[in-house]
Design a protein around this ligand. Structure first.
Ligand SMILES: O=c1ccn([C@@H]2O[C@H](COP(=O)(O)OP(=O)(O)O[C@H]3O[C@@H]([C@H](O)CO)[C@H](O)[C@H]3O)[C@@H](O)[C@H]2O)c(=O)[nH]1
Length: 383
């Protein structure tokens, strides 16, 4: 019987372990924290369901991933709408044409937009950096209101030093005034009593999956865990620089800190699940209120104030030099552990800024490559 050791216990690990279990491959998931789930897990405060690490909205074009998520927990219909505070007014994020008249210098903004209306998306895709991409889309006035202050507060660095690669998925101007953030055909939020925890527990609860929390695995201690678990293959879903004790240098990460507070006796405290605060006068980036998505019928609510700059590894900073360093870590680990035995999956080990559905898809693909290899040669396939 083949056994996998999965290091790190987030959504990628959960999906991977579940898929392997479908084909009779057992796995042990070792998670350093006291709970699995990473940023995705939901919790309760004063009886109110909330997200301790900020809002997660399941949105996807991938029917198989959507069906798998719904197999673990039913999802309620929720379409994500975000507010943003601009010039003291609550407007919509993404930018709506219909919100321009509510702002100062509206004629100038319209002229800037009109001048860029026909810029070919492919030409924009050649932009050298995130700032250039956004300026080519919307012009300087909107950029200075909606994008630069928010982005620089969130990432703690000039927007021109960020990659343009993820801009098309995350920034838009809505000429049709569609207020919803995501265009995907499948969207929702878990309908069960425990939010995303039900999704995680469903995946981790598959037969043959053992989860151990509070276990810190590093390259130094890996062999011992492999022996203890009698594992034939290792899948790393954790940050590789930390796993290797920064042996080749530290990767750059952005960490967040969400400070949540229970507010009794009111139904809702704000008009949308997320309100963005680009202004310098606000030390936080945005405020989350999960109740808009959970639809929970309860008095009281929980607000989560999101701050950036925590010393944790939440978001990779996708720059060529960081990507190259992560590649070097993967090569190094293939050399030390064995290319046949070690595999990488998820946003931390692959150093990619992807959403939950992509994490699940990547985990399914990795599991299928491993299973194909096992079926073909009795050894896990190259993932
Ligand atoms: O007002 C804004 C909002 C965003 N940007 C730019 O877009 C980048 C991405 O922002 P966002 O998608 O909000 O950030 P994140 O990756 O943390 O997304 C998670 O949050 C939720 C949801 O979107 C919250 O509303 C989603 O489920 C997750 O993917 C940002 O870095 C800015 O560059 C902006 O400029 N101004």
């Amino acid at each position: 019987m083949t056994r996998a050791l999965i290091v790190g216990g987030g959504l990628t690990a959960a999906t991977l372990a579940w898929r392997l279990s479908q084909d009779g491959v057992e796995s042990t998931v070792l998670e350093r924290a006291e709970q699995t789930g990473g940023l995705v897990r939901s919790d309760h405060m004063g009886g109110v369901l909330y997200e301790p690490h900020g809002s997660h909205i399941f949105h996807t074009e991938d029917e198989e991933v959507w069906n798998l998520a719904n197999q673990m927990t039913p999802f309620r219909d929720y379409r994500h709408r975000v507010d943003i505070l601009i010039e003291g007014k609550i407007l919509n994020w993404p930018i709506l044409l219909s919100d321009i008249d509510a702002q100062s210098r509206s004629e100038e903004i319209k002229a800037e937009l009109e001048a860029r209306r026909d810029v070919d998306a492919e030409a924009r895709a050649q932009a050298a950096n995130f700032e250039e991409w956004c300026l080519e889309l919307m012009g300087p006035t909107l950029y200075d209101r909606y994008i630069r202050p928010y982005t620089e507060k969130q990432w703690g660095r000039p927007a021109r030093t960020l990659s343009a690669s993820w801009a098309p998925r995350r920034v838009s101007v809505r000429w049709d005034n569609d207020p919803y953030l995501f265009p995907d055909p499948y969207q929702g939020w878990p309908a069960g009593p425990n939010g995303y925890t039900d999704l995680l527990d469903g995946l981790f609860g598959a037969p043959g999956v053992t989860v151990r929390t509070g276990v810190d695995v590093t390259l130094e201690t890996l062999d011992r865990h492999v022996r203890e678990e009698q594992a034939d293959l290792v899948v790393l879903t954790c940050p590789l620089d930390e796993f290797c004790g920064n042996e080749l240098g530290a990767l750059e990460w952005r960490g967040i800190d969400v400070r949540s507070v229970h507010i009794p006796h009111i139904e809702y405290a704000q008009g949308a699940m997320v309100v963005n605060y680009p202004g310098e006068g606000y030390p936080f980036i945005r405020i989350h209120e999960t109740k808009h998505a959970s639809g929970q019928q309860i008095e009281g609510t929980v607000l989560g104030f999101e701050f950036t700059g925590a010393p944790s590894r939440h978001y990779p900073i996708e720059l060529p030099e960081n990507r190259a360093l992560n590649d070097r870590y993967q090569d190094h680990l293939r050399g030390v552990i064995g290319a046949e035995r070690v595999h990488f999956a998820g946003r931390l080990a692959n150093y990619v800024y992807i959403d939950m559905d992509d994490c699940m898809r990547e985990a399914l693909t990795t599991a299928e490559q491993l299973l194909d290899g096992l079926a073909r040669d009795g050894a896990p396939g190259a993932a």
